[in-house]
Write a protein that binds this ligand. Structure first.
Ligand SMILES: Cc1cc2nc3c(=O)[nH]c(=O)nc-3n(C[C@H](O)[C@H](O)[C@H](O)COP(=O)(O)OP(=O)(O)OC[C@H]3O[C@@H](n4cnc5c(N)ncnc54)[C@H](O)[C@@H]3O)c2cc1C
Length: 383
């Protein structure tokens, strides 16, 4: 079967893939961007886009940040409110404004930015990658419709169930370093603050957290997530847990008295960055969820997906300049990703393991955190 040849094939056009394509716009390289969906498409998520996403966009092109700020369907997030099992709360003010944007909108916006005026981009939408094969120094990607693409470089951004990560990176699910979470959209939640992320550590639902994140139009993204190891050991039904939280915990139930669910509860996995993997090899790099780069404490993976996508694009340009695609040459990508992300991942993993089910500790930390001297320093722990 004859194959269509590109310089780079990017599989997946979520935050990692679209950012990678954006960063390759001026490279002059022929890029194929493949996704199993067409855009706009949903992605199960908490929809919290931290301020770091804006920094990454600004580094690619300052106009992108301006355009995102003009983008209508978003809320401006200036603080997080953490609730202890004793229902004491602490407010953490963010030094930079973040946003909540439905992934249906954010990913579409980013995808459009990647495609507009990209002279050498070919799109393959509604085409799932079926197989990835390496042959004679080239990557061959077989699509659902039988089309075959080939390129010396493959950048896998196809999320938590990445075909290339399994085939080329030998990535498997490790429940110690993987979470599961569910999400549902709501309107009319009582007392919703439009600028605050609400995070609850609840007795009977630890280790894990329940969230309420405010969206535009007074709507909210609510959800609950836990480490997969605990879910499996304790046979936890996350969808039922979310229902129990909003129906049976009085302080939460009261807020949902007149609230209306806008969709069904949906779940998805989160490959965490608490374990280092080889995220590149001969002629390929893995980015975002495909590379297991989600923050192990907060569950945030949008900004790390975008940043790894940008780093992969920059590494790709070096590969073509030097005409080097070996696993050894590609290692510079792993080093750059982990140099940037590992200190946070390691600290947040310790926090995740340490707090675990220790209700007294979470209660004490949230009380202590309300002391102004300490409160001012908390954001540094997270960002
Ligand atoms: C319930 C939940 C809540 C979360 N909340 C947050 C949050 O609030 N903030 C945050 O920062 N992160 C959050 N995350 C993590 C975040 O969603 C991911 O880390 C982020 O989406 C990773 O981006 P990505 O581009 O790597 O992958 P994705 O966003 O998953 O994009 C992958 C793309 O690849 C495509 N694809 C998949 N398989 C194939 C295939 N075989 N062939 C072709 N295309 C394919 C998909 O259609 C998709 O477009 C949450 C995750 C979950 C599950």
């Amino acid at each position: 079967m004859s194959a269509t040849t590109y310089d780079i094939i990017i599989t997946g056009a979520g935050p990692a893939g679209s950012t990678c394509a954006l960063a390759l716009k001026k490279s002059g390289l022929r890029v194929a961007l493949v996704d199993k969906e067409k855009f706009p498409r949903d992605k199960i998520c908490g929809d919290a886009v931290s301020s770091i996403a804006k920094r990454i966009l600004r580094q690619i092109d300052p106009q992108l940040e301006i355009d995102l700020l003009d983008f209508a369907p978003k809320t401006n997030i200036t603080k997080a409110k953490l609730y202890s099992p004793a229902f004491e709360s602490i407010e953490i003010a963010f030094s930079k404004v973040g946003h909540c944007i439905r992934r249906m909108d954010f990913d579409h916006w980013l995808f459009e930015k990647a495609c507009t005026a990209h002279p050498k981009l070919s799109l393959y939408l509604q085409q799932a990658v079926k197989q990835v094969i390496q042959e004679n120094g080239t990557n061959k990607v077989l699509l659902q419709n039988g089309q075959l693409l080939q390129a010396p470089l493959l950048i896998a951004c196809d999320g938590a169930h990445s075909v290339a990560a399994k085939k080329l990176g030998n990535m498997t699910v490790n429940r110690k370093h993987y979470s599961g979470a569910v999400r549902q959209y709501y309107r009319n939640i009582k007392g919703l603050e439009g600028n605050a992320l609400e995070v609850y550590f609840l007795k009977g639902f630890l280790p894990g957290y329940f969230w309420i994140f405010p969206l535009s139009n007074g709507e909210a993204n609510i959800g609950f997530g836990m480490l997969s190891e605990t879910i499996a050991k304790q046979k936890i039904d996350l969808k039922q847990s979310l229902k129990d939280i909003i129906n049976n915990i009085p302080q939460v139930a009261e807020r949902f008295e007149h609230a209306e669910a806008l969709d069904e509860i949906k779940g998805f996995g989160l490959p965490l960055g608490s374990k280092k993997y080889a995220i590149s090899g001969n002629g390929f790099m893995l980015c975002g969820d495909a590379a297991s780069l989600i923050d192990p404490f907060s569950g945030e993976g949008i900004e790390t997906a975008m940043e790894s996508g940008k780093f992969a694009a920059e590494q790709a340009m070096r590969c073509f300049k030097e005409q080097k695609f070996s696993a050894k040459y590609m290692k510079a990508y792993d080093e750059r990703v982990y140099k940037k992300m590992w200190p946070n991942f390691r600290n947040h993993y310790i926090l995740q393991r340490f707090l675990g089910k220790r209700i007294w500790l979470i209660n004490s930390l949230i009380s202590i955190g309300n002391i102004p001297f300490i409160n001012k320093r908390i954001p540094k722990l997270f960002y």
